[in-house]
Write a new protein. Structure first.
Length: 208
């Protein structure tokens, strides 16, 4: 029998900024709070129903290491029998986590799973703690980040700096308007930072 996978719900934490209100919380604790919030919103899905928890993470080291998918599940209160793993496809890591769960469901391996994406650039710096590039690949500019990619796209597509700035300010204004109008409220799970304070909204969009 062919099974079809469906997404029942989708939630997220607020997005923080450098030296913002999310600084200091461990990424595994952060992700665990979101998983808990997801289950609380969907009481018909019991923790024991969840057979696999797949976490996408571009730099699974430091506090994001040690199979963070497994630790997030335990911290979130899932049974010890619930499997957990981490997927690394860099910027597409959480999407790949979702794809892998979908494949597992449609192949009949599992019935219920949770896909998570986590990345804390305060805990783990961009590029990781000890990047070690292969010299041949480095010479070929194999290791390029999103900044260099954006420059290449701007050059190839003849996109001017002015065009980029105009697009950016419009995007920022839309984000501000959406936040002020409560458009994100249904998808946000407030994050408790160890009892010190609670972060309830994105910190990125700011008034000029």
């Amino acid at each position: 029998m062919n099974k079809k996978s469906v997404i029942v719900d989708a939630v997220r934490s607020p997005i923080g900024i450098k030296n913002g209100n999310l600084v200091g919380i461990r990424p595994d604790d952060l992700a665990a709070q979101i998983v808990k919030g997801l289950l609380e919103r969907n009481p018909n899905v019991k923790p024991e129903h969840v057979e696999d928890l797949v976490v996408g993470c571009a730099f699974p080291e430091g506090p994001q290491g040690m199979i963070i998918g497994r630790s997030v599940g335990v911290l979130a209160g899932l049974p010890i029998e619930t499997a957990g793993k981490v997927v690394n496809r860099f910027c597409g890591s959480s999407m790949d986590a979702l794809h892998q769960l979908s494949t597992s469901i449609e192949s009949g391996d599992i019935d219920v799973g949770i896909a998570v994406g986590v990345e804390d650039m305060f805990s783990v710096p961009m590029g990781g703690f000890a990047p070690d590039f292969h010299p041949v690949l480095a010479e070929q500019e194999f290791y390029i980040g999103m900044g260099e990619t954006a420059e290449n796209l701007a050059q190839d597509g003849n996109i001017s700096r002015e065009d980029q700035e105009e697009f950016a300010i419009h995007s920022h204004r839309k984000a501000l308007s959406a936040s002020e109008n409560g458009n994100y409220k249904n998808e946000l799970i407030p994050v408790d930072v160890y009892g010190d304070h609670t972060v309830e909204k994105d910190e990125g969009p700011r008034e000029p």
